[in-house]
Design a protein around this ligand. Sequence first.
Ligand SMILES: *Cc1c(COP(=O)(O)O)cnc(C)c1O
Length: 388
Amino acid sequence: MKVPLLDLKLQYQSIKNEVEPAMLKVAESQMLILGEEVDKLEKTIASYLKTDFAVAVSSGTDSLLMALMAIDLKPGDEVIIPTYSFFATAGVVARLGAIPIFVDSEPVTMNIDTNQIKEKVNSKTKAIIPVHLYGQCAEMDELLKISNEYKIPIIEDCAQAIGAQYKDGRFAGSFGLMGCFSFYPTKNLGAFGEGGIITTNNKELADKLKQMRNHGMNPKYYHKFIGGNFRLDALQAAVLNVKFPHLEIWHQRRRENAQLYSELFIKAGLSESEGKINFDDKNKVLLPKAVYQNSDCKNYHIYNQYIIRVHERDKLREFLGKNDIGTEIYYPVPFHRQECFAYLNNNDHDFPIANELSETSIALPIFPELTKEQIQYVVEKIKEFLSR
Ligand SMILES: *Cc1c(COP(=O)(O)O)cnc(C)c1O
């Protein structure tokens, strides 16, 4: 049996009949940049996430960069971010000459540890960027408290969390000053190329972002500030508009796959329960825990990734690879250990949880079209490895 980490061809087959005419329509129109399809996408996403505005842009990375440009982040300013995330979260801060201030992770959700934020706040702090990692919301109550107390805006990195709900039912991207999303093909809602979107309830910001994505131009060839080419293609928007109505069922299948993994791992004696933190036993795995699962919301976790933790991670990965099971390491190097951030002189001992995560976490296949048999095979092979 073969189990790829992700097989986008299967999803394509299931929507081919809808998506091809939509793409052809854009081709026939030759209206290729922004336009009707992009307007429609913005309305759809704003209404889905219950925000007043959504501004479609060129990528998730650019959405974060634009959000920081929109708050006029200056060289020397500081932005608080988790040290354990995809590189874009840190890269955008440094690209603007600002200083990324790293915070360790909370061990169960693997999101930013909100208990360690206050001690890093000072007069230079201009924003906090929590990441809703793998598709589960960061601890927003705590983050909003800090944001209100110190008057520091929150910019949410929702790249992996479109549709993810917090325990009160509110959606990722509707808490902070802005929410930044990616339509990279591997995200739960993926384009046929690059894309992103920024949500906000602030009209002034929405207008500014729309101008910013077009070089800060308004009216034509007059520039009051410097933006960039951050526009979304009509083709990408057309694909996303076709895909959007399928998103809920894809979320649901990912959740069901995650539940099946958990059941099977527990049944196989490889874990006692989800999120059990102490896994001293070298032959056990640590399962992800959806911490908002018991609240009313449906999408308490959208499982963009299904991450388990295991001691001999690299050997397990090699073993699974030999058995045709695709896996990935998200992420092998936390920001404080990246060569490009050596100039920040962070102390490795300050980030024990992120260090542990980078050494033990492994992503298993979780995509919606995965079969029960494939999931059973993955768990069987992991059991085989751990009992060898
Ligand atoms: C994917 C991702 C991004 C960047 O999105 P792109 O569309 O690839 O630029 C940013 N942050 C996180 C956490 C991501 O997973």
